[in-house]
Design a protein around this ligand. Sequence first.
Ligand code: AMP
Length: 483
Amino acid sequence: MSFDSIGLRPELLRALRDAGYTVPTPVQAEAIPVILEGRDIVAGAQTGTGKTAAFTIPLLQRLWDTPNRQRPHARQVRALVLTPTRELAAQVEESVRRYGKYMPMSSTTVFGGVNMNPQVYALMRGVDILVATPGRLLDHVNQRTVDLSKVEILVLDEADRMLDMGFIKDIRTIISLIPANRQSLLFSATFSDDIKRLTDTLLKEPVLVEVARNNAESDLVTQSFLFSSNANKQDLLIHLLVQENIKQALIFVRTKHGADRLSVHLQRDGVSAVAIHGNLSQMQRMRALSDFKTGRVRILVATDIAARGLDIEQLPHVINYDLPHTPEDYIHRIGRTGRAGVTGEAISLVSSEERNVLYGIERLIKKRLEQRQAVGFTPAVPENFSNERQSGVSRQSKSRQKRQQSPFAFHPRETSRPGAQPAGNDSRNQKPAAQYQSADRGHASVSMPRKPKPLSSAPAHSSHAVEGSREQRRKVQFSQKGD
Ligand code: AMP
């Protein structure tokens, strides 16, 4: 299939040629014709699959083709794209400009962490396409600097992450301000019950777009892991960077503090590194990202949320210095590499305490990660590792399971512990969450795999609270000078 055969306008085809795109990616081939028909869609696609163009291109065409098209009036918006993070908002708007360069339509972004005034001026003139994070958009709504009553198309990009970050209330408030006869497009890498509920209330007879195979399962990303004690991880990391001649890598850690600590440690060892996380100002985050993208620094140390949606061209390596809180985050992390047909490598350093997450990841992606060893390093392999891995549960969690089965046992709230998995709840990861069955066009309701809520309300998430909902941000402001 070519772009010409899906009925795109010449202005868009020209912009796509300029971008060097010759054939649509699977999600584009599925989604673009359906969106052009004016249907609602729910698409299972993560970053790296070409999802941004999958909604941006038809959105531009539909806005352009509207009969009696008029410039939006002051403060009005014709299409609204909601994204979880500032970086993703900026990237989406960049795509709007890129694909719409031969169609003079206006676009702008609004997100937190920067002065509101330039955003107010941009909104005052009215915009065709607004890309926004929910919290800052509601700030504008409250100050009456934006009017959502004329929105024709709504896009929820990375909807799963927006819910993880606690934006559900904000999203519902925003939707209540948008006309009901809009077209709605929802993109999500994974599907929880919360997403399913949102889909049921938000979309009208949506077409389910078949998920493109995610990067975790593709052959583009080589995945392996090394066992290491927590104490040895820093030395092992340096060893790998040198031994494997890693020229550039995005390194994931769980906490903001951990990101700062590791980047300082790397700098002390002569490796140029910079951290990116939610405690930095927007300017600092943009500088860190641009230094990494231009190759001025070799290592970008990131927390999960700060790195969400980052599109770094030809990133060869992702290193999980800490495993993420949930197996789904592993997929998001390694999706930073192996993008747009280029191969990549994902290496994880796994401590004995993290082995349950490792088993969870392997269940989710339905494949075993290759276990490696570094010369001169004694791997801290947990006792009984191969048996545990076979069953997918650690001895520690087996004994917890037994305790819970006892009729006299006290039942602690296991799910509030980051990384903890409810004992015996193996169905949780039986299926890659974003894989669903068919692109059954015209179906009135969407059937998605049931999956318990991600452990997003776990205490560890409070470390990302600055990027979370406004309520979360407010809480954080009591304890620290944030954002
Ligand atoms: P996304 O999933 O939207 O973050 O896109 C991932 C990367 O794929 C971006 O760098 C896009 O520029 C690139 N891309 C998107 N669509 C195509 C296409 N049809 N052909 C080649 N590259 C593409």
